[in-house]
Write a protein that binds this ligand. Sequence first.
Ligand code: CA
Ligand code: CA
Ligand code: CA
Length: 484
Amino acid sequence: MKNIVTKGMLVAAVASACGYAAAATIAPMSGLDSTKRVSAQGAATGVVNTLQLNASVTTSVSHFAGDEWRLTLSQGSWASVGASGFSVACANNDIRLDAIPTISGGTMTFTVNTATAGVQSVQCTFTSLGVVASSLTTGNVRVDFGARRSNSTLFDRDTNTVSTTANAFSVASQFGTVVVSAFNGTVDYQNAAGKGFASDDSTSLVAGNEDSLRINFPRATISTDYSATATASLSVVLTAESGKRFSFLDANLDGTCTADEWAATTTSNGSVGSTSGSITINAACTQLTFATTTAAIPTTADASFVIAVGSKFGSPSVGTSGATITPMDFASTGATYSMTKGSVAYASSSGFDAGVWDSNGSEVVIPYMPVNTTAGTAKIQPVVYITNRSEVSGPATAAIRNESGVACTADLGTIGANRSVNVSTALTNAIAACYNTSAAATEAGHRVNIVITASLPSATTQVYSGFTVGGSSRVSVVNSSNGK
Ligand SMILES: [Ca+2]
Ligand SMILES: [Ca+2]
Ligand SMILES: [Ca+2]
């Protein structure tokens, strides 16, 4: 039978020299390769259907007609006797066992038909004990011997815990530990108007600068027999950070994405590539799905799958078609992969961290700003303008901290190209919402540090900062953009 593999082992029950009753021994026979490791993936998907063991049991006590013998398999199930070409014979016919044992999962139970009275050391050879490959789980595949008299419920005759156990072979994954190299790109606002990444991972999958996600499926550090080979199906699903979208792949900027919109050469700057397979995107532009039926299965070499995302243009600018890349922090469990063959998962993750895209936009620090929202002469009102002297339009936010170190954020809206935008009210409202929790706090006012981050080129972004007291008496406050 082409798909049946035979191994040999010895199950020996030997008498102890000091008269200790029934010390049985199981050990690999000469010729048994108990170091063999069967691929769990190959066994699960039919690379081998049935593995066979040859086993030998040598008794150390007398056995009797009506006794039962049991061979117990760990990590899997016995195949039916008929399927494996099984036979059993004992030396000199001093013991005769039923030719057809009772098999239930990993237990195989024989009834002793006849036994020569007074004979204690009888060797019985079991040939072609079949193991169902698809039933195997990883670990050492062990056979335990035990016998019982007809008046006993336990198979503890002619046994002890050490010598009546033998490892036949082991089952191990042919995969090593899967490694994910996550996204880590910087959306470039300094030279690419936010439409490309600052550097190129050079995967050759995207013409311009791209950032890439790599899933490495390494082969196991130990060799396995009956390994699955060739190809499997692989699916990778990438979900955008909550509330954000892969809008740079929306080539016609109509708010929805289609499977191949990024292929448009005249309307799209965004580009996606992968080492094989097809790529689809959902209509909401929030989920990318990569699928292939030809993913290499790691056998003698590692296999990897790469997804690259970025700009198809080497130097995109404000005039390049398409939207900017939205910086995002992919959720720690926002991406999945699954390599399968039929219904068997070779390797999978129900959720992994796909990394982060940050940006190199402009950052301006206002080290100190007093704020007091009390009405009247005590009122201190920040006055902050962001000036953008570039052709790029981009969003701005503020990260604020008070004297107690409590963080607060403010959305400062979009700063259009070539203009100054007054963000004073947005800042003041955010500070009031974050910190004014009591009348006393309002009266005492706040002293805060403000860091403004804008998706704009640094060289052409300036901030004016100051404040008014009681509605007049404007005072300038130094910030890190002064002097530009
Ligand atoms: Ca490239
Ligand atoms: Ca990268
Ligand atoms: Ca669209």
